[in-house]
Design a protein around this ligand. Structure first.
Ligand SMILES: [Zn+2]
Ligand SMILES: [Zn+2]
Length: 141
């Protein structure tokens, strides 16, 4: 895996300590955290960090194409490191966002009226496997 510092530099972002930690947090997390969740994690380690800093850092990363802002829950923005394209499944019960394989839709120029697609985002909502199992009385939930 590439060094975070290098990834930031390649995108033209000055790799400050806080930026490195924010990106690292996103890369390690599978839960598609909110600003709040990232803040709670990093505040233990960096007492001077603020939610505004995290929010602004994520905004910068988004502009540079490093992270995606998922509005899947309909309430709060959840952030995801854009490593490779994938789709998302949002569980309405536990509010978890799960990565699922990218869904490919064949696009012909005519179908998209001559526009050029650079990326596509798909998301699905429903009840996740874990919550479904719980309902059925599975003790593993
Ligand atoms: Zn669930
Ligand atoms: Zn994801």
């Amino acid at each position: 895996m590439k060094k975070i510092q290098q990834i930031l530099k390649e995108k033209g972002v000055k790799p400050s300590f806080q930026r490195i930690r924010v990106l690292e947090c996103l890369m390690k997390s599978k839960e598609h955290p909110t600003v709040e969740m990232i803040y709670l994690k990093l505040a233990k380690e960096i007492p001077t960090i603020s939610k505004t800093t995290i929010y602004n850092t994520l905004g910068l990363f988004e502009d540079k194409g490093l992270v995606d802002d998922l509005t899947i829950s309909g309430q709060e923005a959840r952030y995801d490191y854009k490593e490779k394209p994938h789709s998302h499944f949002y569980c309405k019960k536990c509010r978890n966002i799960i990565d699922i394989e990218s869904i490919r839709v064949p696009c012909h120029k005519d179908e998209i009226c001559g526009n050029q697609i650079e990326e596509a985002h798909y998301y699905f909502r429903g009840v996740c496997k874990r919550c479904l199992n719980k309902k059925g009385g599975d003790v593993n939930g």
